[in-house]
Ligand binder design. Structure first.
Ligand code: MN
Length: 264
């Protein structure tokens, strides 16, 4: 099995080192990762400047771009058609609930899925990155069966969160759905050294639902959370609801509207 490893914390982060070492037990590993931290860059693609790929050694390339840039270059240009699986992370910090919309870690996995390579995003639910190291064997134990049963989820992405406790205290694995969370006090105002005002987003207090079955509930109770994500965001049920509303049936007017440039 050929595995692409990437992350959003940069190639020097503890988490990607642990992940690559776990992945080496599953197959041949190639890492293509950002050259610096790219957390919260979501699914952004760099289009306003050239990207530079630096080969640190044959199995490690770094890119001066986003996680999505890394996966795009790896799957389409550097090693086209090569990968059976992409692993993204292990992120230094949780990616649960609405975090998945901001996370570069999850976006890299989604980009891989879009490119046809099944992907798993992994995050450690605490920012004390040194504590990820003891999780290596447990990460491998989680990945192995998920990879063996890839046909069950290969059209989407798996979002794995690891509880911020020692692995010996972990209660097991839960398959979950995304919860909800809200930040309070995360926008800070101040003045820079020259007196100009700024806003700075970060920190604050997080309030999250711990409703049964959610990723937050699993992590709060000491479980590893595995949430399957769909890449196609279409709300299938709402399509049918909107379709059934007579007030939204524009078809008669659409049908009779004159098309510009055609003889009437
Ligand atoms: Mn990160």
């Amino acid at each position: 099995m050929k595995i692409l490893c990437t992350n959003d914390d940069g190639y020097l982060a503890t988490g990607i080192g642990v992940l690559a070492r776990a992945a080496e037990k599953l197959g041949t590993v190639t890492t293509v990762a950002p050259d610096r931290e790219q957390s919260a860059t979501s699914h952004s693609l760099t289009m306003d400047r050239p990207l530079r790929v630096t080969e640190i050694h044959p199995d490690l390339r770094i890119v001066n771009g986003t996680p999505t840039d890394c996966v795009t270059l790896a799957t389409q240009d550097l090693f086209p058609g090569s990968f059976d699986l992409c692993l993204s992370g292990v992120n230094h910090g949780p990616n649960m609930g609405e975090d998945v919309f901001y996370s570069g870690t999850v976006a890299a996995a989604i980009e891989s899925s879009i490119q046809g390579v099944p992907a798993i995003a992994l995050s450690y639910a605490d920012r004390t990155s040194a504590d990820i190291e003891p999780w290596l064997d447990a990460i491998l134990d989680v990945l192995r069966p998920l990879v063996e049963h890839m046909e069950a989820w290969r059209d989407g992405v798996l979002n794995v969160n690891i509880p911020p406790i020692p692995p010996a205290e972990c209660a097991g694995v839960r398959f979950t759905r995304l919860g909800r969370r809200r930040f309070e006090g995360s926008i800070h105002r101040g003045r820079d050294p020259s007196g100009k005002p700024y806003h700075w987003i970060g920190g604050g207090t997080i309030h999250h639902e711990t409703e049964r079955g959610t990723d937050y509930a699993a992590i709060t109770n000491g479980f590893i959370s595995v949430t399957p994500l769909k890449v196609n965001l279409t709300a299938e049920d709402v399509v049918d609801v909107l379709d059934a509303l007579p007030a939204l049936d524009f078809s008669p007017r659409v049908g009779t509207r004159a098309v510009p440039g055609t003889a009437g």
